[in-house]
Ligand binder design. Structure first.
Ligand SMILES: O=C(CO)[C@H](O)[C@H](O)COP(=O)(O)O
Length: 215
């Protein structure tokens, strides 16, 4: 079984709070996500500022692009992101153009599959060249008790040479089944951003790598 990475999803906090949390969890976190709410609150300056503090980190801009792919991808990569998110329900044109900009800027596009229930659509996006997908149970769905689970993996079954991220209420209880289902990346927000002891919480999550492979 392969090992998974952890993406710290920063949402609904200030830039200073984000920087503090990154510093607290950096030993156990692989990728930093500047969440959509922070981008909406502060714009591209949030990305620039956080990039300035962490020049070597992999930074994901959760732009959730659904149109204007060229413009928004140029914004994200120009402000220092390595990866930017584009919605799976965007048009093929938007996805193609976003992938093209990413290739030119030596970045990557993560396709957010929020709201996509049809694996045929995922195959179509794959055929456009996307190789990084995020299985996602959104905040509003979480309010009615849904969280990311192994059943989401049906959407990407059979696709070769892809990386699969999973997002949506991930914590110590829900992570193990996602790891066993083959997650390459756990996108973790609330479990870390709401933790009283974020470093310890991140450590426990990272230790699942060890525990999962020992068992
Ligand atoms: O993209 C997001 C919301 O749209 C969040 O970043 C993602 O859902 C992770 O946060 P949480 O672990 O709190 O669900």
């Amino acid at each position: 079984m392969k090992k998974f990475k952890i993406q710290l999803a920063l949402d609904r906090m200030t830039i200073d709070e984000s920087i503090k949390l990154i510093k607290q969890t950096k030993d156990y976190v692989d990728w930093i996500e500047i969440g959509t709410s922070i981008i909406k609150d502060y714009g591209m300056s949030a990305l620039r500022e956080i990039r300035g503090h962490f020049p070597k980190s992999v930074i994901v801009a959760d732009m959730k692009t659904c149109d204007a792919g060229i413009y928004e991808c140029l914004q994200a990569f120009g402000a220092g992101a390595n990866i930017t998110t584009v919605m799976g329900f965007a048009t093929n044109k938007t996805i193609e153009q976003s992938l093209k900009v990413a290739a030119e800027k030596h970045g990557e596009v993560m396709i957010d599959l929020l709201g996509i229930e049809d694996s045929i659509r995922v195959r179509e996006i794959y055929s456009l060249g996307a190789r990084l997908f995020c299985l996602h149970v959104g905040k509003d769905m979480q309010k009615s008790g849904e969280v990311a689970s192994y059943s989401l993996f049906n959407l990407v079954e059979g696709l070769e040479n892809i990386q699969v991220a999973v997002a949506g209420g991930i914590n110590l209880e829900t992570a193990p089944e996602l790891i066993k289902a083959g997650a390459d990346l756990l996108v973790v927000g609330g479990y870390l951003t709401n933790s009283k002891f974020p470093k310890e919480s991140a450590k426990k999550l990272a230790q699942l790598n060890q525990n999962t492979f020992d068992s």
